[in-house]
Design a protein around this ligand. Structure first.
Ligand SMILES: [Fe+2]
Ligand SMILES: [Fe+2]
Length: 174
């Protein structure tokens, strides 16, 4: 298991052990695993997207001496809304997934895990400024940037694969 753009195996490499130990219990939870069933950007599953955000949150928070545990754990749960957002509007009439999914993710996360106030803030406000309330923690500012960066890289890498008509893209069209 890797984060996008990183060669480090998050499950075995010693340099990532701190990260893995921080999120192991969440990663193994069946509902977190269920995020593999939903596509987030391009060919990237919601699970992989959350790993990407979680890992880079962890690295950046450590670099800036912030709460890396909160960054990693809330990063993994920030899109824990458990539905296919591509069909969500048609099925529910909710036209504002971009604004409503942080609350859905937080509600799900609180139902299954114990969260700190910082972790709650990270999940609830990760879409700022689309959601109006500004972040209360520096760790939330980190995810706001990391989430957008990962989304952009995931989308662009999908477009490149599509352009090159590689197998990765074909698999995604299943
Ligand atoms: Fe999100
Ligand atoms: Fe996200």
């Amino acid at each position: 298991m890797h984060a996008i753009g990183s060669k480090i195996n998050l499950l075995s490499n010693d340099t990532s052990k701190g990260y893995y130990d921080t999120v192991k219990d969440l990663l193994e939870h069946e509902l977190v695993q269920k995020m593999k069933e939903y596509t987030q950007h391009g060919c990237t599953s919601t699970f992989q997207h959350c790993i990407n955000v979680s890992y880079y949150n962890y690295k950046l928070c450590r670099f800036f001496n912030l709460d890396a545990r909160a960054g990693a754990r809330a990063g993994l749960l920030h899109d824990f809304f458990l539905y296919d957002w591509h069909t969500h509007t048609k099925e529910t009439g909710d036209h504002f997934h971009g604004m409503t999914h942080p609350r859905a993710a937080l509600n799900n996360a609180c139902r299954h895990f114990e969260l700190s106030e910082c972790e709650k803030d990270i999940i609830l406000k990760h879409m700022f400024p689309l959601t109006i309330t500004p972040p209360s923690y520096k760790e939330t500012v980190v995810i706001i940037l990391v989430d957008k960066y990962c989304g952009l890289v995931e989308t662009v890498s999908h477009l490149i694969s599509k352009f090159r008509n590689k197998k990765k893209y074909i698999d995604c069209k299943k």
